[in-house]
Design a protein around this ligand. Structure first.
Ligand SMILES: *Cc1c(COP(=O)(O)O)cnc(C)c1O
Length: 374
């Protein structure tokens, strides 16, 4: 089945009790047992499993072409659950340009669990091969990356990791399953912050891990989900599942808008540099064209002449773009990324990251034209 059809139908069946087309939100925290002690519907306590969560997990697994999915209360909770697979004592090799919260977990939280981490430029397979010479439990790839939109070759890196016995996990948040399918490229695990494109409306926080195959990895993740307890609410699950129906339309339209905005910025003398994999002069363009399909995503970054103040001034003049962090919603956002990431950030001070929404591209371009100033 095609992904558009899966987006509308996976995880959605009319409610057997009432015929309601959309599944009711099951707020009950606990589920009745049979006299013999069994659970007729498979659920017994909502931390361990809830009908809305099961529906969402089935739907996302279908979109990624995975065997199953495990949903969490945030993308960060999903990331932490994935890293738990490297415990005890394992080592994670991670893209050096990655979501700052992922790097923070690896730097600050996981050493306390006895996990080691090495950050490498995953756009350079040679550097990854060298990093994998030391025993490695997991290779974490974020592509396109945040905030520099670097593109890593998932298939080439997965082959290296396979040869070294390391699990390959891919943060697919920026591309979504519409533009990039890491399982077809050899990944074992796919992570999403569903807060972004899967949720799509800036009104729900969530995360998910999708596994390619059932087995001990899935069992360990289920165990972590139920025991650590960082699970999404039934309403959160319902909202994300509702949003998945329009995911293909939203992502493709937002990517097309982003391509138009990137084209405009790349030809403007008031802009120093644009980072967008859809631009032919982007270092990762050819690879992205091979590895992604239907678009290059809807996030881009650009540098303006000057420093933090000049960048902040551009953001201040924008009227349609809202100054806010995050991405993947229907509305366009602009963000001074370095100050969001904090004092350890290596993001250039004159860089703005924009997340493109569903407005008319011409309005977005006109807004940036004014924001860039004289
Ligand atoms: C937002 C984001 C995360 C973290 O997800 P939360 O839902 O905010 O916890 C991880 N990776 C990427 C690429 C993100 O954009």
């Amino acid at each position: 089945m095609k992904i558009e059809t899966l987006a509308v139908h996976a995880g959605r069946e009319p409610d057997p009790a009432t015929g309601a087309l959309r599944e009711p939100i099951h707020l009950s925290t606990t589920f009745e047992r049979n006299a013999d002690g069994s659970y007729p519907h498979g659920h017994y306590y909502t931390r361990a499993g809830n009908p809305n969560r099961s529906s969402l997990e089935r739907a996302i697994a279908a979109l990624e072409g995975g065997a199953d999915a495990v949903a969490f209360a945030s993308g960060s909770a999903a990331t932490l659950a994935a890293f738990s697979l490297a415990a005890p004592g394992g080592r994670v090799v991670c893209s050096s340009d990655c979501y700052h919260g992922t790097a923070k977990q690896l730097r600050e939280l996981l050493p306390k669990w006895g996990l080691g981490a090495e950050f490498v430029d995953t756009t350079d397979p040679g550097a990854v091969a060298r990093a994998l010479e030391s025993p490695t439990a997991m290779l974490w790839i974020e592509t396109p990356s945040n905030p520099l939109l670097r593109v890593s070759d998932i298939a080439a890196l997965a082959a290296l990791a396979l040869a070294r016995g390391a699990l390959v996990a891919c943060d697919n948040t920026f591309a979504s399953p519409i533009l990039q399918q890491p399982f077809t490229l050899g990944a074992d695990l796919v992570m999403h912050s569903t807060t972004k494109y899967l949720g799509g409306h800036s009104d729900v926080l969530g995360g998910v891990l999708v596994v390619r195959e059932r087995g001990s990895m899935l069992d360990r993740l289920r165990e972590f989900q139920a025991t650590a307890g960082g699970v999404p609410s039934p309403f959160d699950c319902w909202l994300v599942l509702r949003s998945l129906a329009t995911l293909p339309l939203r992502v493709r339209a937002q990517s097309a808008n982003a391509a138009a905005v990137a084209q405009f910025l790349s030809q403007d003398r008031r802009v120093e540099r644009v980072y967008y994999p859809g631009l032919v002069d982007h270092t990762g363009h050819a690879l992205a064209a091979r590895q992604m399909s239907g678009g290059f995503g809807a996030v881009l970054s650009f540098q303006v002449p000057g420093g933090a103040n000049e960048a902040m001034l551009v953001a201040a003049r924008a009227k349609i773009f809202t100054r806010a962090t995050s991405l993947g919603g229907v509305e366009s956002l602009v963000e001074h990324r370095a100050s969001m990431e904090g004092p350890l950030s290596r993001t250039p001070q004159n860089l703005l990251r924009v997340a493109i929404g569903l407005e008319a591209a011409s309005d977005l371009i006109a807004d940036l034209d004014v924001a860039l100033g004289a």
